[in-house]
Design a protein around this ligand. Structure first.
Ligand code: GLU
Length: 494
C-alpha cells in the first residue's frame, strides 16, 4: 500500500443470525482502525450462501452495529438499506455479474476452467489424490470455454474451478505478512484446484471476497483467525487477477472460561443477548476492545475518542482472549454509574416498561435523581432496575407469602393504625429518611411495639414482604398517597 493511500477497511458479515461478540469485535477493530487513520469503514454483506443468509438477519446485524455505535461510511444505508457509497452494490448477492465477468477472465487466461465432473466422480478423484498425497487437479481434458458454454446453454451443469498449479512440479510458497501473526507460509499444494463458481451459478466466499476487496479498494483486512487458511486461496486469486493485495491481520480466537471456542454453549454470545440483559453498548465495546488488543497506556476504561487515538495494529495480541463475564459486569457497572441521570433514566425506562412497571413519580426529575442516586450503586446491568424499582410500582404491590406471618401478630394492627395516622397527618407528599425515622419512633410508642414486631409490619405495609431493600431508601421514594393505599390494604385484611 502506498503511504499516501487512504485507509479503507471493511466488516463483511454473513447474515446468518444475530451479530456474535466475535463479529462485533472484528467490526469494532476495523472501525477504530479506519477512524485512527481518517480512513473509510465499509460494511459489506456476504450473503451468497442462499440457504443460510436472510434479509431478517441482515437487518438484525445492522441494528446491532448501530446499537454499538459503529457507523459505516459505505455500505447499505442503516435506515433504507439502499447502497451508500461509490463502490456498490455492497451486498454480494447483487454482484453476481461482477463475479461472473471475473470468472470469465480467469477462464480466458487459462487460470480457471469449466469442470463438468459430477460429485460422485469428484469424490473418487479426491480420494485417489489424497492417497497419492496430491491436491485435486484438473480433469484429463479441459473443455474449451466456447464448447463449455454451449454445453451449459443446452442444460449441462459445470462449476468454474481455479487452476492452482499450472506446472505441478513447481510447488511454491506463498508468504503472508500478517499484521497480527507475523509471517505465515503456505505451500501452494496445500490446496487443490478450488471452485470459484458452483455448478448452480453461485460464487463461493473466497472468490467474492477477493474480488470485492480489490474492487472496493480495501487496504487492510482485520478478521477472525478462522479465515487464516482461506487466505492462501485469496492470495492466489489476487495474483491471478493482478490485483494489489490488502494487508491482512488475523485476530485471536475468543474463548469461553473453559478455554473452548466461545459458542452458544457459554450462554450469551450475541450482542442482542447482551442488550437484552441490560449491558450498555459503551461497556460491551470497551470490553471486547480489550479481548485481543491492549491500550499502550495500560488503560482499562477507555473512551471512544481515546480508543480512536490509540488504536493501531501493534497492540493486537495473537494469543487467544478469554471471555471473562465478571470483568464485563464490572465494566458495565462503571459505565452505568458514570452516566448522567437523564441519560441513565432514558436507558432504564425500556426495562421498566418491559417489566410492566409504571412509576408515575418518575415524571419528576428531582425524584429520578434521588432514585437513581441510590439504585445505581446497586445496579450491574440496566435489567437490575426491574427488581430495584419493583417495590415502587403501586400496581405490583402484593402481600408476599413470607409477609403473611405478621397478620397473626397482635401488634401488627396497632402498628398499621399508628403508621397510617402518622402518614395522614404528615404535611408533605414525600417523607425524608430523618422524618421516617422520627415517625417510626412515634409509632413504636403509640402502638407499643418494638424490634421485629414494629419493623416487620411496617415493611409489609410498604413493600408487602419482610425482606428486601431498606425502608429508609424506599419510603422517601414513595408518595404519601401510595403509602396510605398500601397500609389500607393491610388494615382491611388484618
Ligand atoms: N463473511 C465472512 C464471515 O462472516 C467474512 C470473512 C472476511 O472477513 O473475509 O466470517
Amino acid at each position: 500500500m502506498a503511504s499516501n493511500q487512504k485507509v479503507r477497511v471493511r466488516f463483511a458479515p454473513s447474515p446468518t443470525g444475530y451479530l456474535h461478540v466475535g463479529g462485533a469485535r472484528t467490526a469494532l477493530y476495523n472501525f477504530l482502525y479506519a477512524k485512527h487513520f481518517a480512513g473509510d469503514f465499509i460494511l459489506r454483506i456476504e450473503d451468497t450462501d442462499l440457504e443460510r443468509s436472510t434479509e431478517e438477519s441482515m437487518r438484525m446485524q445492522i441494528a446491532d452495529l448501530k446499537w454499538l455505535g459503529l457507523q459505516w461510511d459505505e455500505g447499505p444505508n442503516p435506515e433504507t438499506l439502499q447502497d451508500m457509497g461509490p463502490y456498490g452494490p455492497y451486498r454480494q448477492s447483487q454482484r453476481k455479474a461482477i463475479y461472473q465477468e471475473h470468472a470469465d477472465r480467469l477462464v480466458n487466461s487459462g487460470r480457471a476452467y469449466y469442470d463438468f465432473r459430477d460429485d460422485a466422480e469428484l469424490e473418487k478423484i479426491k480420494e485417489a489424490a489424497v492417497a497419492a498425497g496430491k491436491p485435486l487437479g484438473p480433469p484429463d481434458k479441459i473443455v474449451p470455454a466456447a464448447e463449455a458454454k454451449a454445453r451449459i446453454a443446452s442444460g449441462e451443469k459445470a462449476a468454474i474451478r481455479f487452476r492452482n498449479q499450472i506446472d505441478e512440479s513447481k510447488v511454491r510458497d506463498f508468504v503472508l505478512h500478517d499484521l497480527v501473526r507475523g509471517d505465515v507460509t503456505f505451500p501452494s499444494d496445500m490446496v487443490g484446484d478450488f471452485v470459484c463458481i458452483r455448478s448452480n451459478g453461485m460464487p463461493v466466499y473466497n472468490f467474492c471476497c477477493t474480488i470485492d476487496d480489490a474492487l472496493m479498494k480495501i487496504t487492510h483486512v482485520f478478521r477472525a483467525e478462522e479465515h487464516l487458511s482461506n487466505t492462501l486461496r485469496q492470495m492466489m486469486l489476487f495474483e491471478a487477477f493482478g490485483y494489489e493485495m490488502p494487508r491482512f491481520g488475523h485476530l485471536s480466537f475468543i474463548l469461553g472460561p473453559d478455554r473452548q471456542k466461545l459458542s452458544k454453549r457459554h450462554g450469551a454470545t450475541s450482542c442482542h443477548d447482551y442488550k437484552e440483559k441490560g449491558y450498555l453498548p459503551e461497556a460491551l465495546n470497551n470490553f471486547i476492545l480489550l479481548s485481543g488488543w491492549s491500550s499502550p497506556k495500560g488503560q482499562e476504561i477507555i473512551s471512544r475518542e481515546e480508543q480512536i487515538e490509540q488504536f493501531t495494529h501493534e497492540r493486537f495480541n495473537p494469543a487467544p482472549a478469554v471471555f471473562d463475564d465478571a470483568k464485563l459486569e464490572w465494566m458495565n457497572s462503571v459505565y452505568l454509574r458514570a452516566l448522567p441521570h437523564d441519560e441513565l433514566w432514558r436507558r432504564v425506562e425500556p426495562f421498566l416498561k418491559r417489566a410492566g412497571l409504571e412509576i408515575p413519580m418518575a415524571e419528576d426529575s428531582a425524584w429520578r435523581d434521588q432514585a437513581l442516586s441510590v439504585f445505581k450503586t446497586k445496579m450491574t446491568t440496566l435489567a437490575d432496575a426491574e427488581t430495584l424499582f419493583l417495590p415502587l410500582a403501586d400496581s405490583k404491590f402484593a402481600i408476599a407469602a413470607d409477609g403473611e406471618e405478621v397478620f397473626a401478630w397482635p401488634e401488627a394492627g396497632r402498628v398499621w393504625k399508628a403508621w397510617k395516622e402518622e402518614l395522614v397527618k404528615f404535611p408533605g407528599e414525600r417523607i425524608s429518611e430523618t422524618e421516617f425515622n422520627a415517625i417510626q419512633d412515634r409509632v413504636k410508642v403509640v402502638a407499643d411495639a418494638k424490634g421485629k414486631q414494629l419493623f416487620q409490619p411496617i415493611r409489609v405495609a410498604v413493600i408487602g414482604q419482610p425482606h428486601g431493600t431498606e425502608l429508609k431508601i424506599l419510603v422517601p421514594l414513595l408518595p404519601k398517597s401510595s403509602l396510605i393505599r398500601r397500609v389500607d390494604i393491610c388494615l382491611a385484611r388484618g
